[in-house]
Design a protein around this ligand. Structure first.
Ligand code: F6P
Length: 341
C-alpha cells in the first residue's frame, strides 16, 4: 500500500505533528509513504519526497510544514483535475491524505467524487471548518494572539492609550473572540456581528469618562462595518480559491477613534500568530488526526475527514464538512459581551 500526504493552504502550527503521525502509523502497517510537496501544486507537478519515520521523528514541535504548502487550486485550470488523477496513478498511490482547510479539502472532495481514495485532515488557524470542534493550528494561534494582546496591554496601560489589535481569521471571528476573551479585552468585534463605528466611539468615550483607560479592542480582520460594502481588504486581488486579502480594519478603526480626540494605536500581528511551536493541544490533536487518517486507509474508508468532537476523534463525510463555513456561535459571542460594558 502506498500512501501520499500533502499540506495545502496557509501553514499552521501542528502540521508537522500530523505528518509525523501519518508516517509512524503507516510504518506500523507496512505502508510506504510519500510526501507531496507544495500542496496541490505537488500533485500537478509530481513533486514528491519519500518519508521514513527517521526523517520525521523530531518534528512534532516544529511550526510550519516540512512538506511546504501553496494555495494552488487544480480546479482552476481546465486540465488540473485530470492531471492530478493521472499523476495519482503514475505515482502508484493507493490513497492520499490531504491536510488543509476548506480550500484544500474542497479539492480533496472533488477528487474523491472522481473515484480517488482521499482522506481529509482539518487544518487552519481560522477554525472555520464545519463538523469539527477544532482544526490544527487554531489553539496555537489563539495562544499566540493572547500573549501579544497581553504584551500590548503593558504599553497601553503605561501610556493610558486605546489600542486596536487586528487579528487574522478570515471571515470567522474564532481567533479574535477566543484570544480577546482570554487576554481580557474590553471589546471584541467579529465578522458574525457587524458593528457601527459610532457605537465603538461612544463605547470608548463612556469608558474614558468612567476613568477606565487603557482600552483594548480586538477586531477580527474580517469584521464588518454595518452599512459598509464588505470587509476591508488590502487590495482587489484574489487567490486561486477566490479569496481577497483581508486587512486594514484595525488601522481604519484606530483612525476613526483618533478623530474623536482619543490617542489610539493600531497593531496588526498578522502572520506572527501562524508561526512558532504548536501548543501541546495542537500537537496531540494533530497526532491523533494523523493516526486516525491512516487507520481509515487501512479500513478502506475514503471521501471522509477526521474530526474532533467532545475530545473524541470521529469521521465525517467530506461533503458534510464542506457544506458551510463554521462561524462563531452567536450565543458564545453574547456571553463574551458580559465584558463589553
Ligand atoms: O487561513 C489562514 C489565514 O492566515 C487567514 O487568517 C488569513 O486571512 C490568510 O490566511 C492570509 O493568507 P496569506 O498567508 O496568503 O497571506
Amino acid at each position: 500500500m502506498k500512501v501520499g500526504v500533502l499540506t495545502g493552504g496557509g501553514d499552521a502550527p501542528g502540521l508537522n505533528a500530523a505528518i509525523r503521525a501519518v508516517v509512524k502509523r503507516c510504518e506500523k502497517y507496512g505502508f510506504e509513504v510519500i510526501g507531496i510537496r507544495h500542496g496541490w501544486a505537488g500533485m500537478l507537478n509530481k513533486e514528491t519526497v519519500a518519508l521514513k519515520y527517521e526523517d520525521v521523528k523530531n518534528i512534532v514541535g516544529r511550526g510550519g510544514t516540512i512538506l511546504k504548502t501553496s494555495r494552488t487550486n487544480p480546479l482552476k485550470s481546465p486540465d488540473g483535475i485530470e492531471r492530478v488523477i493521472k499523476n495519482f496513478k503514475d505515482l502508484g498511490l493507493d490513497a492520499l491524505i490531504a491536510i488543509g482547510g476548506d480550500d484544500t479539502l474542497s479539492v480533496a472532495k472533488a477528487l474523491s467524487e472522481r473515484g480517488l481514495n482521499i482522506i481529509g485532515i482539518p487544518k487552519t488557524i481560522d477554525n472555520d471548518v464545519s463538523e469539527t470542534d477544532a482544526t490544527i493550528g487554531f489553539d496555537t494561534a489563539v495562544n499566540s494572539a493572547m500573549e501579544i494582546i497581553e504584551k500590548l496591554r503593558d504599553m497601553a496601560e503605561s501610556h493610558d492609550r486605546v489600542i486596536v489589535v487586528e487579528i487574522m481569521g478570515r471571515h470567522a471571528g474564532w481567533i479574535a473572540l477566543h484570544s480577546g476573551l482570554a487576554a481580557g479585552a474590553d471589546l471584541i468585534l467579529i465578522p458574525e456581528e457587524p458593528f457601527k463605528i459610532e457605537d465603538v466611539i461612544n463605547f470608548v468615550k463612556r469608558k474614558i469618562e468612567a476613568g477606565q483607560k487603557p482600552i483594548i479592542i480586538v477586531v477580527a480582520e474580517g469584521a464588518l462595518i454595518a452599512d459598509y460594502k464588505g470587509p476591508i481588504t488590502k487590495d482587489s486581488s484574489v487567490d486561486q480559491f477566490g479569496h481577497v486579502r483581508l486587512g486594514g480594519i484595525g488601522e481604519f478603526l484606530a483612525k476613526e477613534i483618533g478623530k474623536a480626540g482619543v490617542e489610539t494605536r493600531a497593531i496588526t500581528p498578522a502572520h506572527i500568530i501562524r508561526g512558532g511551536p504548536p501548543t501541546a493541544f495542537d500537537r496531540l490533536m494533530a497526532t491523533r488526526y494523523g493516526i486516525a487518517a491512516v487507520d481509515l486507509v487501512k479500513e478502506g474508508r475514503f471521501g471522509v475527514m477526521v474530526a474532533l468532537r467532545s475530545c473524541k476523534i470521529v469521521t465525517v463525510p467530506l461533503s458534510k464538512a464542506l457544506e458551510k463555513m463554521k462561524s462563531v456561535d452567536i450565543e458564545l459571542y453574547n456571553e463574551a459581551k458580559t465584558f463589553f460594558e
